[in-house]
Design a protein around this ligand. Structure first.
Ligand code: 0O2
Length: 216
């Protein structure tokens, strides 16, 4: 009986994951269109790198257990909104907000949630702009509305997050105090670097959306 339940869950999850994969493709296409248009028209792109990923089945199960959500496809789909994720890396802080704005205002994009860890960094120093957006995926018989987590950040924020993630993994989430202090100090340095680069960019040319890196 349990084996049948597990088989059904896995089959349902495979189908769900396919929809999420389509969601990543849809949003990636939007980002790619913006990037190409910018390179053509402005001879400049706010986007440095883009990477999409589907959460592994294991991480989904781990998260479901952590948040006490039932191991059914309906509760997984209702509770876990970061199965499909896209990370956009920009050069400047103002570009991060600009990208978020350009994507959010597209008529088929619904913003479900915004977490601005740039305005309010996490305690360890983590900075990034997170949006959960929902987009329609048109299938042969119906339309699926798929949530996609966007993490938009600068190169400096991304560098910091990648090292911090590796350290946390190495120490199984419990960083020794001296390392935790250094990582949090490095976040401050990365934020300062972003601000200095923003000032340099303001010197060279005003940001295309009229924003300024001075404000962050
Ligand atoms: P992965 O493998 O990158 O997907 P939760 O998802 O339960 O942790 P919440 O509030 O739903 O918490 O999500 P939140 O805080 O918006 O952040 C989720 C994702 O942001 C994480 O996903 C990381 O990718 C990234 N993130 C958040 N905080 C940190 C941090 O302190 N350091 C680093 N390096 N990344 C962070 P996952 O699921 O943890 O991992």
């Amino acid at each position: 009986q349990q084996l049948v339940q597990i088989r059904t869950l896995m089959a349902d999850l495979r189908k769900l994951f396919l929809y999420y994969e389509f969601g990543i493709e849809e949003v990636s296409t939007k980002i790619e269109i913006l990037r190409k248009e910018f390179e053509q028209i402005h001879d400049y792109s706010p986007i440095e790198h883009v990477r999409g990923r589907l959460k592994s089945h294991e991480s989904v199960f781990r998260k479901a257990l952590k948040c006490g959500c039932a191991l059914t496809v309906d509760s997984i789909r209702g509770e876990i909104t970061d199965i499909a994720g896209i990370r956009i890396t920009c050069s400047f802080v103002s570009d991060v907000y600009w990208m978020a704005e350009m994507l959010s205002k597209q008529p088929d994009v619904t913003v479900l949630q915004t977490k601005d860890y740039i305005a309010e960094p996490k305690e360890n120093g983590y900075r990034s702009l997170h949006l959960i957006v929902q987009i329609p995926v048109f299938l042969s018989t119906h339309t699926e509305y798929v949530p996609v987590e966007l993490q938009i950040r600068t190169i400096a924020m991304d560098f910091w997050a990648s090292i911090e993630h590796k350290l946390r993994y190495k120490y199984d989430s419990e960083l020794p105090e001296h390392l935790a202090e250094q990582i949090s100090d490095s976040a401050r340095v990365a934020a300062e670097l972003d601000q200095r680069m923003g000032l340099l960019r303001d010197e060279v040319r005003p940001s295309p959306n009229g924003g300024s890196d001075l404000r962050h």
